[in-house]
Design a binder for this molecule. Sequence first.
Ligand code: HQG
Length: 185
Amino acid sequence: MSVSRRRLVSLSKRLSYVLRHRPDSIGIRLDEAGWIELDELLAAMNERGSPMTCEDIDAIRSAIPKQRFEIVDGRIRAAQGHSLPVDLGLPPQTPPVILYHGTVTRSVPSIFSEGLQPRGRQHVHLSADRDTARAVGSRRGRPVLVVVAARRMHAHGYVFHVAANGVWLTAHVPPEYLSEDTDGS
Ligand code: HQG
């Protein structure tokens, strides 16, 4: 079971890489919203990348709670996380009063001086709950949570979207909307 989960995690990472960053690495092109026909993706994966099947993708979607991939009408795309310039076509949304960003201690001074930047991605990624933000920060070390006054930003004209898997996206968070998380560990 754990071997097969390890395989699913590995395939999920491979898919994320292809669908968010480097479709050219297996010789495919995504449309402007990041979609590709599932059959075409699987054929290219089998030919040039990592062999995988429709069943593998179903298994990834059932086994891994963070729904990283959307499948609609036989097409697939990454729900968020792109470095490629895609237009996900998501409607603007009113965010909750507060959103969280998970990061690590070494990034905090720069974040509070220049704001949250998307870095290599198309958006800054934010979470409605602290546990998710903590998990995001933990990928790089001991997590630190930064609080974003999202509703106030929205009132000032900043645009927010929600990806299909519930991750909140915005272009940039200026420092005046940031504060330290003082409410727990
Ligand atoms: C940091 C994963 C210094 C930021 C996650 C982060 C998420 C700054 C890093 C999604 C900064 C960028 C995105 C500034 C931002 N100075 N550091 N001004 N502004 N940073 O990976 O948000 O699991 O591009 O704190 O779960 O960590 O792959 O962004 O540490 O949802 O599906 O710069 O990726 O999704 O790192 O993660 P990333 P992120 P998956």
